[in-house]
Each structure stands twice: as structure tokens, then as C-alpha cells.
Design a protein around this ligand. Sequence first.
Ligand SMILES: [Zn+2]
Ligand SMILES: [Zn+2]
Length: 236
Amino acid sequence: MVGATSAARRLGRAALDLVFPPRCVGCGEGGSFLCDDCVAALPVAAGSRCPRCWQPGSDARLCLDCQAAPPSFDGLRAAFVYERTARDLVHALKYRGMTALASPMGSLLAEAARRHDLEADLVAPVPLSGLRRRLRGYNQAEALARPLAMELQLPLRPRALARRRDTPPQARSADAEARRRNVTDAFVCRDRGVEGRRVLLVDDVTTTGATLAACAVALKAAGAESIWAITFARED
Ligand SMILES: [Zn+2]
Ligand SMILES: [Zn+2]
């Protein structure tokens, strides 16, 4: 029965591919949702960055922000800069329902986690508010965390964190302080399983790291030993 179901699902997918053949989100080339050329051209978030918050231009030393007020996570790494195809991918996954992208994007995240030697015992995604999750039908951070956890062979704890209340979406115009106020106390961790464990916290994109820092506060309060955050992209 299981075989018949998956065969039917495969057939359904094949039929869907006929109607909507996969096209690369980056260049429009047919054959896949993300072609090899576009993967190779993705803007890697490299160069001289703050070792803690991954903000560029700090000459590989702790940036002034981190010196003044170190974030509650142990460190943050982003695979790519939030521009060009990296931005298109995040948008397609988040707003266009292209969940098929989660797998190749999750693999790229796993590659970045290995490249930066991020050691962890478990993977936890940044949660969406209940309302937004219902509207979108899925949490894009969880969609990325699933293949990432699988490739790193780590347990995924999709419900480790929860939103305490519905916070308004982060507006680009909001300054850093407003963002911090907005997310402080927004998260809670009721998962006893994080106690004494090293958590790899996952989100699709970060700007100031305020959301990740607020999640880290909740994880630390629940006894997590360390928190490394990883995102697909970072707004430089
Ligand atoms: Zn392409
Ligand atoms: Zn920093």
C-alpha cells in the first residue's frame, strides 16, 4: 500500500512537472529549480567579518556592536549575502510556496555549517507565529532545518521554540533598537531536551540578528549549553 501511495505520488509529481516543468529560480533554465551554474554564482558571505555576529568589515575582530553588547548566541554564520539569486531563493521559498527549494537550500546550509565547523547536538528552527504559519501552511525555517539536520545527522526539534505572542513582521525601516524591543521575550522554550545540549538554530535570513538573539535567550533559559545560529542569507 505504501508503495502504491508513493507511486501515485510520483505519478502526480510527474504530471505536475509536465504542467509546470521545473525552472531554475536564478536564471529560468529548465530542468531543476536551482541549476549548478546559479549555485556556483551564489554570493558567499565571506571576507572579513565579526567572528560573533558575522557582520562585514570588522577586520576579523569582534565588531563594536558585539564589544558593547555581545549577542546571546555564541555565534552566527550566514551561508550567503542576501542579494541576487540568494535573495530570489529566499523569496521563492517564503512567499511563492516553492517548498521544493528547501532541499537544495538545506544542503547548501549543511555545507556552510561544515565549512564553519559548527558543532551541535540538535537542530532547532526559528518558529513562525501560529497565525503566519497557518496562512503560509509551513515554516520556511523548519523547511530548511529538516534537510540540514538530515545531512548533518542531527536530531531536529521543530517545536523546541515557540512564539509567545504574535509579533508584527520585521519591517526593513525599523532601526536596530526597535527590532530588539519588538522581539524581546517573543520566544519561549519548553523543550527539556535542549538542556545541556549544543543547539544549531536555523533561520532563512537575518538582518541584525535580533530574532536569533531572542531565540538564544529562550534556549539558554531552558538550559542549552551553547547556541550557534545559521541562516541561509544575511542582509549586509
Ligand atoms: Zn540557474
Ligand atoms: Zn559582531
